[in-house]
Design a protein around this ligand. Sequence first.
Ligand SMILES: [Zn+2]
Ligand SMILES: [Zn+2]
Length: 391
Amino acid sequence: MFDELSQYLQVDKPKRHAIDELLAPKLREHVFSSLKYDASFDEMDSVSVFDEIDACACDIAEPLTKYCPQCHRQYGEEENFCFECLVKLKHISDIVNVCDIKTHPQFKFEGSNDFQTFEDIFTPENMELISNARFKVKDYNEIIRDIKKAAFLEFDDLIKSNELVLDYLDTLDKILLFSKSFVEVDYKSFGQELGTFSFDRIEIDDRQMQSLQITTLIHELAHFLLKEILSIELCKVLDCTKNSLIDSISTFILVYSPLNRLIDEYSAHSVEGRFTLYGYQDYSSFLQIQNSLEGEMDREEIEIAKSIGNTFSLSIKEILESYIDNDLRDEIKDLFLHQTLDAPNYSMLSLENCNKLKGRGFMKAIWLILNEGFEVASMNIEKLEEYEKNF
Ligand SMILES: [Zn+2]
Ligand SMILES: [Zn+2]
């Protein structure tokens, strides 16, 4: 069924272009030497900045230790109020640590039905609704917009309620705070995995470098967003309110078949790739699934699954780019250049799929995933109940 989708394929030009540039050895040398050149200029810059600070240090009467929570102007220790905003000053050292902020964001969707059991969901009428569903690009775009809006409201609330000043945060904290407007994020210091996503919770290993913590966060966030997009698509078809039952079904759909796992993993991999430097990407997660599929699926089917994953990644990237703009992306790339000692490795770039599905084909793909997935889910209620306890 999925191979019929090949007629809807088109080239994801920005990705193709970026990869072609790196795979062509002459261009690659040029790109890398210009990056190195930049880095040495950076170092020169930072030396001169520090020199200036040193030179001025003797002129500054006292360090600025307080700030105004409203206008963010900085003040000396003896000041108590900002007479501009008429508020009490706070100590810079008291700024809340982003790591310690607990969040539990909820992405709501209201429908006429509010199902309370899986039996209520898997009725013959609902099975019929899904199998006759015609997914529309307009609805899909609305879902992406609603997710963006909900995340921005949560993000804004997090900044205000914790009296944070975004400009004072380092790159990792900016991404961490943004991630916390989508899901709960917890730190761990054990195990092999750099990060995991399960049941609206990301766990991330704090023993790795900042640059890798950032790309791991982005990767796990992509897993959450794909689950969320599928949940809301289901709610729209069934005209129901989103709850833990629906989230359990979309979670099941993304893991029960190797094909869907590959779509999910390739999407997360591609999103991560768009926010990091090519040559520093981790291919292990999807290669493992892809290798397990050899024999079960032919090359063409695997490429279609990757094209579907790549198409999802474009919408997820759009959601994340609403905050992670070019400036912030440059900050992340800088961290990679300064924190990573390994030379970039371009040999794996040939594994990248640079195709995306056109609108109608993409909607067909979503229908194929949900229609089959919903049916298989209806025969695995015990598994769904197990998942539901975790939400
Ligand atoms: Zn002020
Ligand atoms: Zn993954």
